[in-house]
Design a protein around this ligand. Structure first.
Ligand code: BTN
Length: 337
């Protein structure tokens, strides 16, 4: 019943009378009153005035499926939304759902992760009530070696959503979003494929939105939108903007199945560009789109990405290399001085 009352309160232009709600829902006034009480307990601010009725005056910062569905303005990204209050990892849930037949665009969201995963086997701190922990299932008709480029497409979309709210955002190659010199968002892309065909790609996005403090081990390198801007942000609006932007960039990406149409935009937002970088575990791109080159560590100056999302870098020994993967430190950021 709360869902229905909420629906009417949201669409009402001003107050809606208790009597009206009773008639529409076919329940007693006491039942309506109790349901309003439960909604208030969830954080909805509902004004009750004698002889006028109820009016919704404030929404809680929830990331439930109802709130996300209300906020989304997309044609396929985020349809459907699968929400659960707690998950071990939205990427794991999304991968399982994809293998069981969930379709392109399915969005998996949770309020807290008990086993959130980061890149390179790291864990990802995902406390309740302050962040965005979500994964989307994609089923693109592209060659497997192109799937990692979708990570950069997602980074562009997250950048758009964050940068209209907080100043000082930048992308650190390939897919971290920084505010100032600290990380506020990480993206983990995982693919299931056969040798020449992608089954599905899961892009997991973690954003520190209203986080007030961080665990000891990451407190010097991590930040949140709240800490950067000194105010709190409504998470559903951020989610909706990300998927709206993602649809636009995904379409551009799919026209060529590479980043040629997005490269310039990405490079404008890239904090690495023109900066000293130290790259550990470098995998050079060898051949047109593969990443099977030799692994090494280099220092040099980053130039920007190429059409395939490789980080073009001029090394200190005078070579120009295209880095397919590696752990990049950028001087001036995340503790690299
Ligand atoms: C990184 O190491 O920078 C990537 C972090 C990715 C975290 C997100 S949170 C939602 C999704 N589920 C996970 O377990 N990881 C990703």
């Amino acid at each position: 019943m709360e869902d229905k009352i909420l629906e009417y309160l949201k669409s009402a232009d001003g107050y809606i009378s208790g009597q009206q709600l009773c008639e529409i829902l076919g329940v007693s006034r006491t039942a309506v009153w109790k349901a309003v009480g439960r909604l208030r307990n969830e954080g909805y601010e509902i004004d009750a005035v004698k002889n006028r009725g109820y009016r919704l005056t404030g929404l809680p910062d929830l990331v439930t499926d109802t709130e996300i569905k209300d906020a989304l303005d997309t044609s396929w990204a985020g349809h459907p939304v699968f929400y659960k209050e707690e998950m071990e990892s939205t990427n794991d849930t999304a991968k399982r759902m994809a293998s069981e037949g969930a379709g392109h665009g399915t969005l998996v969201v949770t309020e807290r992760q008990t086993g959130g995963r980061g890149r390179l086997g790291r864990s990802w701190d995902s406390p309740e009530g302050s962040g965005i922990w979500m994964s989307i299932i994609l089923k693109p008709d592209i060659a497997p070696e192109r799937a990692s480029m979708l990570t950069l497409v997602a980074a562009l979309a997250v950048y758009d959503s964050l940068s209209v709210r907080v100043s000082g955002c930048g992308i650190k190659w390939p897919n971290d979003i920084l505010i100032g010199s600290r990380k506020v968002c990480g993206i983990l892309t995982e693919m299931s494929a056969e040798f020449d065909a992608v089954h599905d790609v899961v892009i997991g996005i973690g954003i520190n939105v209203n986080t007030e403090e961080f665990p000891e081990d990451i407190k010097d390198v991590a930040s949140s939108m709240y800490l950067a801007a000194g105010k709190r942000f409504e998470r559903c609006g951020i989610i909706a903007d990300i998927w709206k932007a993602f649809e636009k960039y995904y379409e551009i990406f799919m026209q060529t199945a590479d980043l040629s149409g997005l490269k310039d935009l990405y490079n404008e937002r890239l904090i690495n560009r023109g900066r000293r970088v130290r790259i550990r575990g470098v995998q050079e791109a060898s051949g047109p789109v593969t990443g099977t080159g030799k692994a090494l560590s280099v220092q040099g100056t980053a130039k920007g990405i190429d059409d395939r999302g490789n980080l073009v870098t001029e090394t200190d020994d005078g070579r120009t290399i295209s880095v397919f993967s590696g752990e990049v430190s950028v001087r001036g950021y995340l503790g690299y001085v």
